[in-house]
Write a protein that binds this ligand. Structure first.
Ligand SMILES: Cc1ncc(C[n+]2csc(CCOP(=O)(O)OP(=O)(O)O)c2C)c(N)n1
Ligand code: SF4
Length: 408
């Protein structure tokens, strides 16, 4: 493909500082996008499924919605000859950005109305409206709302062929009548309405909770007055369990545990924050968060559940643990080193000190839990108990001891 008479060549330049990045910007919009559109046209990515000279309405759709529209029209009994009689054009966009404005204008020429059917927000619809502007004649474009501003194709959740069939039947009532298929379409939408009104037996409700035997059930319990933040990992189930004693106020991203508190602490009257964290997160990157909290001198308790696996995503081994402290004891000794260096983190002794383990917390007594909340500086409470779900998996495979016997 040639652009301004010069063969197109894709360029990459990662020295994106002022000057060079402006040239890359020009290259992107004035050359790459042109080349992408050229590729789309040459390979028929955007496809006019049906058109005729006397059409008055167009349907523009893309992605999953294109399949749903095809199914909806089929279910309504609208085949290609019926579309012709109804005067309905159909365009399936295989490339939604950069949008082929020329194609949209060509497609909409002669139409009075365009219906845009797409999932989620009005991405394509806005482009269609902008593209049709230069035509200089009013073409009504509906999509997320109808002409009167009422909701049409939803922004939230998803759509299926039934929902689309119901809305298309409403929008194209007059066209379907002209094509002699109104009765068939109406029968289908009546059926859909009847199905929607069907009553289903309500299954017994069950409040969500951790897997039975999960160490999080105990490790995430808060002392009176404590406020906790969660993070990706099984501790986040507290957000749906919603019990006051385990309430999580907000969630950080994985790798962000405790960091907002480092910025926020000095601007609030709250003196202390609890941050739940997993061993997977520690090995992923969050180890540095503890060091930063220590260096920043904030009052925070990291409640670290050392369950031995990356439980929330299926009990993988924490990848980063290779060559790292690979037991709660090692981890605790590492934190003690940080403390000695930074005079900050205070490992809290739990009930069960293991041979060779330094200041290691087993199941913490209530007193330890409360103490961790009140202390100044950065505290790490290591809760050492394996993931119950993984333990059961290993037991089923004969790789762990009988649950009725003495467990590991
Ligand atoms: C940056 C990033 N990578 C990966 C994930 C996916 N993820 C969600 S939870 C999770 C595992 C958490 O494991 P761990 O910290 O050990 O907590 P556990 O579930 O074992 O309590 C991962 C990897 C993510 N949310 N963010
Ligand atoms: S998978 Fe493991 S850590 Fe996660 S809720 Fe279940 S028992 Fe707890």
């Amino acid at each position: 493909m040639r652009i301004d008479g010069v063969p197109f060549a894709k360029r990459t330049d990662f020295s994106f500082f002022p000057g060079k990045n402006i040239e890359m910007e020009r290259h992107l919009y004035q050359e790459r996008h042109v080349a992408v559109l050229g590729y789309a046209r040459a390979n028929g990515l955007n496809e006019v499924i049906r058109e005729g000279a006397d059409d008055t309405v167009g349907i523009i759709t893309a992605g999953k919605s294109a399949t749903d529209v095809a199914q909806a029209l089929h279910d309504l009994g609208v085949d290609e000859p019926a579309l012709g009689r109804a005067g309905v054009r159909v365009l399936r966009m295989g490339l939604v950005y950069p949008v082929d404005e020329e194609l949209l204008r060509r497609f909409a020429t002669g139409l009075d109305r365009v219906i845009v059917v797409e999932e989620k927000r009005d991405f394509l619809e806005r482009h269609v409206k902008a593209a049709l502007q230069p035509l200089g004649r009013p073409i009504e474009v509906v999509g997320k709302t109808d002409g009167a501003g009422r909701p049409l194709f939803p922004v939230a959740g998803g759509m299926d062929a039934d929902l689309i069939a119901t809305q298309l039947a409403r929008l194209l009532e007059a066209e379907f009548a002209r094509a002699g298929i109104a009765a068939r379409a109406a029968r289908h939408t009546e059926q859909l309405e009847l199905i929607a009104r069907r009553e289903h037996a309500v299954s017994a409700g069950r409040t969500p909770n951790f897997c039975s035997g999960c160490p999080h059930s105990a490790s995430t319990v808060l002392a009176e007055g404590q406020v906790a933040w969660g993070s990706p990992g099984c501790n986040c189930f507290n957000t749906v369990i919603e019990q006051p004693k385990r309430h999580i106020d907000v969630m950080t991203q994985y790798g962000g545990e405790g960091l907002p508190w480092i910025g926020l602490a000095r601007y609030t009257d709250r003196e202390h924050m609890v941050q739940h964290i997993g061993d997977g997160a520690i090995y992923h990157s969050s180890y540095l968060n503890i060091r930063w909290a220590v260096a920043a001198g904030v009052n925070i308790t990291f409640k670290l559940l050392y369950n031995g696996v990356v439980a929330n995503t299926g009990a993988q081994n924490p990848v980063g643990s290779r060559g790292w402290p690979s037991s709660p004891g090692d981890l605790s000794r590492g934190r003690r080193g940080d403390r000695d260096r930074d005079q900050g983190a205070q490992p809290v002794p739990g009930r069960a000190a293991r041979a060779g383990g330094a200041d290691q917390a087993g199941r913490p007594a209530g007193g330890d839990r409360r103490r961790a909340g009140r202390g100044t500086g950065t505290t790490v409470m290591i809760y050492d108990e394996s993931c119950a779900n993984e333990r059961r998996r290993l037991q089923r495979r004969g790789k762990a001891g009988d649950p009725s016997g003495t467990c590991w």
